[in-house]
Design a protein around this ligand. Structure first.
Ligand SMILES: NC(=O)C1=CN([C@@H]2O[C@H](COP(=O)(O)OP(=O)(O)OC[C@H]3O[C@@H](n4cnc5c(N)ncnc54)[C@H](O)[C@@H]3O)[C@@H](O)[C@H]2O)[C@@H](O)CC1
Ligand SMILES: [K+]
Length: 427
């Protein structure tokens, strides 16, 4: 708590630049950090007011309150100040903020020029990222010890402002990491189109979606992309008829197959899906393929001999694994173990889990990705990375980067065009 208070005080001083500071101190150790920071800031010459909610419950927090020693006002009586430091609740929040607390907090944060949250904005559920009365408008959140899921999971992550991490010298990192920029090499000097990675995309009722996936694979670095069951589209994509499916599944050069984008949900689609599932090729299973399998998916995929990557959005995830109130991180991990597949659980804050328990989170994806077809591009891109010996998280990073490069209001058709620049930034 000494280290936490000191880190908070330093960060606050950097932003305060002499302006009056209001420190909000709750009853737990988050409040302890707040009292400690208030005492330091006062000792450094800042004008500090403390608004208290309840009295400190732990010995450490009580000691910090004693160190502050000065007057406190009740939270409900606090006047706004240009700088607000929120130390009401951190990871110990176990219920919604009551209405009076939420109202006072929202008003004080909104009225401040700078609002800094200690560890987490008060009123966020640490593990699930749900809103439990949190205010909007924080300038920054100083995460203490380690990042928590709420710093990266939607909707909590949208309330944090800029998140800074101070590890406080603790080895406290949880079991998940943020998706990081991958390090990608150019193809080997003796590479040819098949050694670069060969991807097959199985088309169906809506060939446009499969074409987008094929384009994602091609621009994602695959050496050879086959679109099975659709004609037209980009010239470098090789077209095959649905009648060639069995030959394609036997072709050992095929490094990964995408099935699901625009597949349809009729009997023909189901028959194709069953043949592909029975193959020993690595699969990316997306869209209609996920919906066709529904609650049978975990066992059907777990029985496969080759690797599978599933790319559900929230509704598809629920369709396959059932709805639950657990956090997105826990649910995705449990689904990965159950289906023995890598799961890319899409949405605002994409969570990736592997069957061996690796968890990665991509938090800061542009919201312009929320347009039809971007998921199809991602499915193809994942297949390309797998076929070239890479991983799904590389694809998620490249996809997010390409979307940022594409700018606002892009169409999914042009997203793949930005993958080259995204890959170029990974050397
Ligand atoms: N655990 C650690 O290793 C460290 C913890 N630190 C700080 O300690 C914080 C966690 O402290 P605590 O576990 O004491 O938890 P908090 O300080 O977040 O709050 C817990 C207290 O608030 C009460 N409470 C919870 N929800 C409430 C609600 N909606 N309305 C009213 N009362 C509510 C609880 O009954 C409990 O008394 C961290 O967020 C961080 O700021 C830091 O000092 C650094 C190290
Ligand atoms: K807080």
């Amino acid at each position: 708590m000494e280290r936490a208070s000191t880190a908070v005080a330093h960060q606050t001083a950097r932003f305060a630049l002499g302006r009056p500071i209001l420190v909000l101190a709750g009853p737990g150790n988050n409040g302890g950090d707040a009292y400690g920071a208030a005492a330091l800031l006062r000792d450094w010459g800042h004008e500090v007011t403390v608004a208290a909610l309840g009295t400190p419950k732990s010995g450490a927090a009580a000691a910090m309150a004693q160190r502050w020693g000065g007057a406190t006002v009740a939270l409900s009586q606090a006047a706004s100040r240009p700088v607000v430091v929120d130390g009401l609740f951190g990871i110990g929040l176990d219920r919604d903020l009551d209405a009076d607390t939420a109202t006072a907090l929202c008003w004080l944060v909104a009225a401040a020029d700078v609002a800094l949250a200690i560890d987490l904005p008060s009123g966020l559920d640490t593990d699930s990222g749900a809103l439990r009365g949190a205010a909007d408008g924080y300038t920054l959140t100083l995460a203490l010890g380690a990042l928590k899921p709420a710093h990266v999971l939607h909707p909590a992550s949208t309330r944090c402002g800029t998140v800074l991490l101070d590890t406080l010298g603790l080895e406290a990192q949880g079991d998940w990491r943020s998706v990081a920029r991958p390090s990608l090499a150019a193809p080997a000097s003796d590479a040819h189109k098949y050694s670069r990675g060969m991807v097959a995309v199985i088309a169906g009722e809506m060939p446009g979606a499969a074409r987008l996936a094929a384009s994602g694979a091609l621009h994602g670095g695959a050496g050879y992309v086959v679109l099975c069951g659709a004609s037209g589209g980009a010239d470098a994509i090789v077209h095959r008829a649905h009648g060639d499916l069995d030959a394609l599944l036997e072709d050992q050069r095929v490094g990964a197959i995408v099935i699901g984008p625009g597949l349809g949900r009729d009997d023909a689609a189901r028959a194709r899906l069953d043949r592909v599932l029975a193959s020993d090729r690595a699969l990316v299973i997306d869209g209609d393929a996920l919906s066709l399998l529904g609650r049978d998916l975990p066992s059907a995929v777990a029985a496969r001999r080759a690797a599978s990557v599933l790319t559900p959005h929230a509704a598809e995830f629920d369709r396959c694994f059932g709805a639950s109130a657990a956090s997105k991180i826990e649910r995705t991990l449990s689904a990965a173990r159950q289906s023995r597949a890598t799961i890319v659980h899409k949405g605002a804050g994409t969570v990736i889990a592997t069957p061996d328990g690796k968890i990665l989170v991509a938090a800061d994806l542009t919201s312009w990705l929320s347009t039809a077809g971007t998921g199809d591009v991602l499915a193809g891109l994942i297949a390309a990375r797998i076929a070239t010996g890479g991983s799904a998280d590389e694809a998620v990073w490249l996809h997010g980067r390409a979307a940022s490069l594409a700018g606002p209001a892009f169409a999914a058709d042009t997203l793949a065009d930005h993958l080259s620049e995204a890959i170029a930034s990974c050397r």
